[in-house]
Design a protein around this ligand. Structure first.
Ligand code: NAD
Length: 259
């Protein structure tokens, strides 16, 4: 088992890639905190893990609430006695507009995509240092590697996470804390529908969201969307000891779209 006896937190874990991640990590021996805004779905994921013989807790709340984003670390430590990995996966597509942009929409997107991540990291670092090390993973995006004309705020936030991962990797390497960024390409989850069909995106207005999703998937070299389980596979590698010499990396898992 690749995460035997490890304790981990995954945010946005009631759906999509985060859900695929916690189910997989539990099968690999980890005890996991399933963090999500949706309490019912988070509990369903926990029930699924427990029914398969794993251990998990649901922590339901809004990560844009600083106290909650910080508190998930203490709650996990209180329940499982430590923390070995944190996958800060939650994010939001943010606005597509520039002209006419309401900066409150910028604030919301940056709050969830970056500030909430940092809030959890602030708490995780001392716990991991005390334990002799740990692994932190941020979900950036291919929009954190290349510009995204109709997701400029999202792209700025995700570039921010890549910069944060690189900086923290350098800062905490001697504490044996690794920090990496996962950069998914188009992946078949509910958020993808929100992303492609934002009403303030002039490039897609009036188009069918499912058609947009199909076209996006077909545009990379592999000619299809990613699956949540494929992102979970990459996250599993980066969070496990198999990646013991990998830190500060930004791993594109994108069917070759940024190649
Ligand atoms: N799907 C894609 O194509 C794609 C591509 C690149 C990056 N990403 C990134 O992946 C992450 C989203 O994951 P997904 O695609 O698996 O999405 P998803 O839609 O399957 O799941 C998102 C989950 O986040 C939870 N959530 C939303 N707001 C929250 C909040 N404020 N506090 C706590 N939980 C909250 C939702 O309840 C939901 O369960 C984001 O960081 C996104 O930027 C997605």
């Amino acid at each position: 088992m690749r995460l035997k006896d490890k304790v981990g937190i995954v945010t946005a874990a009631a759906s999509g890639m985060g859900r695929a991640g916690v189910l997989r990590f539990a099968r690999e021996g980890a005890r996991v905190a399933v963090v999500d805004l949706d309490a019912t779905k988070a509990q369903q994921v926990v029930d699924e893990i427990v029914a398969s013989g794993g251990q998990a807790i649901a922590l339901a709340g809004d990560l844009t609430d600083e106290a909650f984003a910080r508190g998930i670390v203490g709650e996990t430590v209180a329940r499982f006695g430590g923390l070995d990995f944190l996958w800060a996966h939650a994010g939001h597509p943010g606005p597509a507009a520039i002209e006419g942009l309401d900066l409150a929409d910028f604030d919301f997107a940056v709050n969830l995509n970056v500030r909430s991540v940092l809030a959890s990291v602030i708490e995780a670092i001392p716990v991991m240092r005390e334990r002799g090390g740990g692994s932190i993973l941020f979900t950036a995006s291919t929009s954190g590697l290349v510009g995204s004309p109709f997701s400029p705020v999202y792209s700025a936030a995700k570039f921010g996470l890549v910069g944060l991962a690189r900086s923290l990797a350098k800062r905490y390497g001697r504490d044996n804390i690794r920090v990496n960024a996962l950069c998914p390409g188009t992946t078949d989850t509910p958020m993808l529908r929100v992303f492609v069909a934002r009403p303030d995106n002039p490039a897609t207005q009036g188009q069918d969201p499912e058609e947009l999703v199909r076209n996006r998937g077909a545009s990379n070299p592999l000619g299809r969307m990613g699956k949540p389980e494929e992102m979970a596979n990459a996250a599993l590698f980066l969070l496990s000891d198999e990646a013991s010499f990998v830190t500060g990396a930004s791993l594109a898992v994108d069917g070759g779209s940024t190649s």
